[in-house]
Design a protein. Sequence first.
Lengths: 163, 291, 821
Amino acid sequence: MSETLHAVSVEVNGKPRSAQVPARLSLVDWLREDLCLTGTHIGCEHGICGACSVMLDGEPVRSCLMYAVQAHGHRVTTVEGLAKPDGSMSVLQDSFCETHGLQCGYCTPGMLIASQGLLNSNPDPSEEQIRDAIGGNLCRCTGYQQIVEAVRLAAKRTSEKTR
Amino acid sequence: MKPAPFEYSRATSTVEACELLRRHGDEAKILAGGQSLVPMMAMRLVRPAWLIDINEIPALKFVKIEKDAVRVGACTRQCTVERDQALAARVPLLAQALAWVGHVQTRNRGTIGGSLAHADPCAELPLAAQVLGARMLLRSAKGVRTLEAEKFFAGPMLTSARSDECLEEINWPSWSWRRTGSAFTEISVRHGDFAMVAAAAQIAIDGDGRCVRAAFGLGGAGGTPLAFPKIAARLVGTRLDDAVVNDAAHAAAAETEPGSDLHASAEYRRHLAGVLAGRALREARERARNQ
Amino acid sequence: MHPTTPPPAAAPLLEEEGKTLSAMTSFRYIGTKRRAKEHPRFVSGRGRFVADIALPGMKHVALVASPHAAARIVSIKTETAIAAPGVLYVLTGEEFCANTDSLPIGVDAPGVTRFALARGVVRYAGEWVAAVVADSRALAEDAAERVEVEYEPLPHVIEAEKALAPGAPLVHPSHGSNVLYHRKFVWGPVEEAFANAEHKIAFRAVWGRSATVPIETFGVAAQWDTGTGILDIWASIQMPKFPDQTARALRLPGNAVRVHYDVDVGGSYGVKRGIKHTVLVGYLAKKLGVAVRLIEDRLENLRGGDMQGPDRIFDMQVAFDANGAIRAMKIRAVDDVGAYAGRSPFQLGKPVTAICGPYAIDAIEYEPTSVMTNKTPQEAVRGFGQSPTNFAIERAIDRVARHLGMDSIELRKKNFIRKDQFPYTIPSGSTYDSGDYHAVLDETLAAIDYASLVRARDEARSSGKLAGIGISSCLEPSGGNSAFEVLMNPKNENTTWMDSCLVRVDLSGSVTGVINNSSAGQGHESLVSTVLGEILERDPATIRVVRADSLTALPSNSPVGSRMAIMLGGAAAGAAKQIKETLIAIAAHNFECPPEDLEYRDGSVSLKGAPEKRLVWDQLVEIAHRKFHKLPAGIEPGLQAKFVWEVPTGGGLPTPEGRIQIYPCYAFEAHVVLVEIDPDTGKPAIRKYVCGHDCGVMINPDIVHGMTYGGIAHGIGAALYEKFAYTEDGQLASGTFMDYLIPSAMEVPGLAIVDHCTPSPLTTFGQKGSGEAGYLGAPAAIANAINDALAPLGTSIEALPMSHLAIWKVISGAREKAAPT
């Protein structure tokens, strides 16, 4: 007895992707294993660590808590989709590099998604708001200090550009 | 941690969802935001044969501001409600409760109805619903019925909804007095964790500062969220000075029979219940006075 | 000073062509702000973690775990599981243990064997009993549920002191007791000091079982190639002797195992010693002839991955005078390693290297006991036992201060080893290389503005809160000379703790450094490129760093014990120095002059006083690679150098009293913390946190700071939130992230670090190691702060973690006692 397959069409990082997936295949597993977008990581599979964060229709969600089949008709952005159109790093990605906001890199894609989500709706966040926005993303390497600095720096650099 | 296999249907209307529920009954579960259900399935603690996905039913996603209530579709995302300022003005306790629910990612996907249907006695939305006397509209293939929160929450993770019923809409009553204030507070180990104990309160006062209506409750202190209408009624007519308010808080805590777990003993929870109920009442009172 | 076996002379890297260390301290690249080389791939989601590696035809493993803390396995039925969809094989302990060898244990305990799968008995709830191999992880999990295991529960023991009591159930009956190791070390006139001291205190401090729990679980993929006879392994590994132990357990020659070090490891901080997982997967890959991968899910990781941490009871006694001078200390430490052990008992031995902390205490008695219980095994955790020990010592310091009514800062300063006393040999035989503890503490106090911190605390107190300031001053031993192995097991004479680096300059003149280990975020590529760039005077941005595999690698002992800045940095420097000397020799030969007449600058070599007589980098490279006729005799063609060296001060054996030099270099940290506790709920909050840190010369300050911030966050977790809690029937109660609580950005406050630099005389640039910083002093400081907050209530708390519940119990207990009857 094999599992029923369901057709899905999802826009992933701006590209339409279609597949036939079993219902129980999680969104994160589909992105990683079938689409080979291994930038999104798995840390717990029960919705706590945030390493699996992606944008769903522009808002950060935990992709371990969605089934791929549920993404049908929606837009997903992963860390691979954060770069600028010309392929260069976004201001946020570059800011993480500048402040050393990462070490092992495992939580980093989730952190980038969560912080980009914040900056998209709040271009001048306070430290408290930054910590709250990444409060659902666990990191064991950085103690969060240089991550908060990275988001601050990205906000500052973005506002300087738009002035 | 992969779930056991299941069949899946994406309902496009509540009628379709109810028909699927009628057919698969006890073997089916409704999938809304998934923030509570999917982890349990990943750990294989629940293994429904059928998942009925209601996320793509537009009719379940709405916020309607009415004269005496705000009606919220069951599948409305928590973040939508959190950001709705008109709703916050009418049912401030709901907005306050949401600030404590999980993290940004949780609220971007989690739904109002999903949290209520999951009925975790430590969860914020069930407590707000209990305190405000929210009414749940349940639809099945046989028709609709409404259950008040008191009757809806039946036990830990247990509601009175039948296995063929789907929560469709929640009616959140709003209070008419201008000088109404509310507050929600909780103690959890980390920010965003399940509450060890939560407290919610709403108070209305008249022009002279006398209480004309009060409602308060506790989460995490029993098998369901608890409201204390009798104790709250004793606050009506008083000026809500600290002694009166603290008495009410302690009376409520004394009635509770909380459970024990790794993070909090029953005794600790009962103590927190008294402390937090007092804080919620005092904060609600101050907000009412400042109106 | 106490006699030790004198160690062999350290490798002569101190002086560079007549320049003294002080002249070298104006560095070009070292110590500057540089972006880590590793960043770009990680921020773009192009890291290569083990779960990202897809091998053709790869199969997946799921485990069947014991539900019992102790039980006899009566039977295992696998027929239904094998028949499940997509299943290739179901392996049980009967077959696995007969065909592989037990994993080594560091102490002398031949009766204590360890395999990835249980055979005959299970010894902890979560122990793996069978492994299912299937087309996907989901199908493997489906099939794992169909494996039928019949158990006969046996008596079990969960608590260390109960396991030590007569009549306790034996975790390994063939070992005869639950004691894996016990010894009482007496260094100096301890009894005399206690007899003559004016004051004594005694108390118990408990370090709860926690670990560094990386966000990436352990994973390993293996593939056996029948054509070449090589087993290829990709693993999320941080472990010395990993390829060797894998080969031995699989009964393969060492050169039949090829570990790929170019796998990104998603954090380790000690724990990723997945040797049992690797032998299991290696066995399956070889037997089944397909690539096999095991990625622990979080449930497997927390319960059955064998990566829990120290679980330690300290009974402390201190003898001191009325003026605060500490005369002697007795430390009795009982540590629960769980049901099996690898190197974990050694976590009682490493602290011997800094057993008196930063204090000049002349007499120490240290009595470690390593005990087994029916719990998940313990693994190496950041600091390797030093953080629990620092916690116990610093609690002792604060208690001494309180006993005397003395300010704890004054007490610390009175007892600190003074700057002019270095190198300073402690009673247990290690010599501290350098330090200035008074200065670092003073700078930290100034940075946090101690006077205003005290005011803030007092204001909080008068507003009804509980508030406290906590200080800790601790050492971070660095360099990873694991001489505790020899100290704790006389049958083990392993005194070699080397590391290495290979540097190549290719035909086009590009520089490549090759490192011989995997990394988990420590920035080793940045470290090596910076060091190579410094010595060769070439831009580190142009220097590539790659990793060998275990068949092509030079010997390494992997990043443990805060050793890589010293050992890998030193090896890179040594290799670069050889390249530089070769270039100078080539120029000397071609200019027909002695090397002393030449000057090396930015990769070019010219005649002193006649700079136009110059050979530039590209010309020198060309001679080395292509113009043999211009190459001096005795110089290898090409341009490459390898450097392998022993840890400085290494190679010694212990004296009969157990005195020995362990780690070579000693970094130092001082933490000052302000906490508040809501007296009505017991909820703690950290309000202010400054850490003073001295690890000598920092090669990349951002990287050092980053690891220190992370270490402090780990310490906050251990102090307030994290515990592997067990029920009475031996079940892990905190087996998911809903109950094992890792601090988020909302629990970790803003952190500030104040840097101080006391260079080490033992290393190339004066660098000391620093991978464990922050973690070594944070739990101690937070414990001291919480206790300072509780002091007005006349109560204290001496067990970590100090959870909300634990704090509230202490507060309400104190209030009950104080309440009028």
